[in-house]
Design a protein around this ligand. Structure first.
Ligand SMILES: Cc1cc2nc3c(=O)[nH]c(=O)nc-3n(C[C@H](O)[C@H](O)[C@H](O)COP(=O)(O)O)c2cc1C
Length: 396
């Protein structure tokens, strides 16, 4: 159920740390990729080896340890990859540090460095929980969209019967599932997505292309599938893994992409064109032989490719479908996006600039038919995908 979801799991030094073992084990059974980070004090209650064995990954207790995973800057790479940060149990100390923006250990550094959703399961003595400073810190974190679960009333380690117990692992896992697996609000819908750049052949080994990685289109396809849609992904060449449970049609050129889109057009409720399709292709292609190296200049004449969005806009039944385009502009972003939207009769257009190419995050604006513009700050492409699909869903 949580396959391909990366979770950073923070363990701080409450006596409830032993319950974190069950939590990690349950998340692993749901096929999540779990990376545990422990505070130094927590390692005095449960050994990192326990979590290493349960999670199948090295446990991060020290940002400067040579044993960290082989990733470029391990704690930042993991913070970027994570879909969710869970801190269970979370001490008063960690709540305070996060609310104050303090990052003096691996757990707080990774949490503050991550854009992922956060789920906090506090555990502490009831007087600590009621302490006005702790309440103030919890309020701050809630305002920053940290989700809290518990603490519950019950028998505490100190013998008191009061509020402060960490919520049960089953409840924490259910909350994590709710945060990670969205509502099945696209069930019964067929979403057709295009992704990646196209290659326009010059000869059998050379081509014209662009820097598109395909990450945005793949993220939209995965997000639509998670929300219950049947998904067809028409993809130009990329280095990305084949997404699970999605019909993947691989194409090379703009012409090939157009053909594939038209093949699946009839069944689609929504068509989201995230591909960076070449606007031009060589007029002549040396089909059989490679152009020989020469001393003098050579000229390659380019002709415009067929415009996929315009072609779709003319198809029968167009009005019954939601058509979403992307506009990548290096100047006058919104103005040019609006123009493109009108020309191609789109329902929505996602405007972004060239800073988003190749990376895992995107800063973008959504423009609708009424000219309304919603601006979104830089965020992971997976989250951006869900925002775009929310708008698509609003249109029917
Ligand atoms: C046995 C034991 C149990 C503790 N349980 C809790 C607890 O449930 N909640 C809490 O906030 N602090 C608890 N503490 C105190 C924290 O361990 C202490 O504030 C520590 O400095 C927090 O470090 P950390 O937040 O970096 O893990 C406990 C301490 C001990 C010795």
């Amino acid at each position: 159920m949580l396959k391909s979801k990366t979770i950073i799991f923070g363990v701080s030094s409450s006596i409830a740390a032993y319950k974190a073992c069950e939590l990690v084990s349950r998340l692993k059974k749901l096929e999540a990729e779990v990376w545990v980070t422990m505070t130094e004090e927590a390692t005095k209650l449960v050994t990192p080896l326990t979590f290493r064995t349960l999670s199948g990954n090295p446990v991060i207790t020290d940002l400067f340890s040579p044993e960290l995973p082989h990733l470029p800057v391990p704690h930042i790479s993991l913070a970027k990859m994570a879909a969710l940060v869970i801190i269970a149990p979370c001490t008063a100390n960690i709540i305070g540090k996060l609310a104050g923006g303090i990052a003096d250990d691996a757990l707080t550094t990774m949490t503050l460095a991550s854009n992922a959703k956060k789920l906090v399961a506090p555990a502490m003595n009831s007087e600590m929980w009621r302490n006005p400073m702790v309440s103030e810190n919890v309020k701050k974190l809630k305002e920053l969209n940290y989700e809290f679960i518990g603490p519950e009333e019950g028998k505490l380690a100190c013998g008191d019967e009061d509020i402060g117990r960490m919520s049960e692992p089953e409840e924490i896992v259910n909350k994590a599932i709710n945060l990670l697996v969205p509502e099945q609000d696209l069930k019964g819908k067929h979403v057709l997505v295009t992704a990646g750049g196209t290659r326009e052949a010059i000869d059998p080994v050379r081509y014209i292309s662009n820097r598109s990685s395909g990450k945005m289109g793949y993220a939209i396809a995965r997000a639509a599938r998670e929300r219950g849609a049947t998904v067809t992904l028409v993809s130009g060449p990329t280095n990305l893994d084949r997404p699970l449970d999605i019909r993947l049609i691989k194409v090379e050129s703009a012409g090939g992409m157009l053909e594939a889109v038209l093949d699946y057009y009839n069944n689609a409720h929504a068509i989201i064109m995230a591909a960076a399709v070449s606007d031009f292709a060589p007029r002549k292609r040396n089909k059989k032989s490679k152009i020989k190296k020469k001393k003098e200049d050579i000229r390659i004449e380019l002709k415009p490719t067929e415009d996929i969005l315009k072609t779709i806009a003319r198809q029968k039944g167009r009005k019954k479908r939601i058509l979403v385009g992307f506009a990548l502009e290096t100047e006058d972003l919104i103005e040019n996006a609006k123009k493109k939207m009108k020309e191609k009769d789109l329902d929505l257009i996602i405007a972004n600039d060239d800073s988003n190419f190749e990376g895992n995050a995107i800063k973008f604006s959504i423009v609708d038919r009424n000219g309304k513009v919603e601006d979104y700050s830089q965020q992971p492409k997976d989250q951006a995908a869900h925002i775009i699909l929310d708008r698509v869903k609003d249109l029917g």
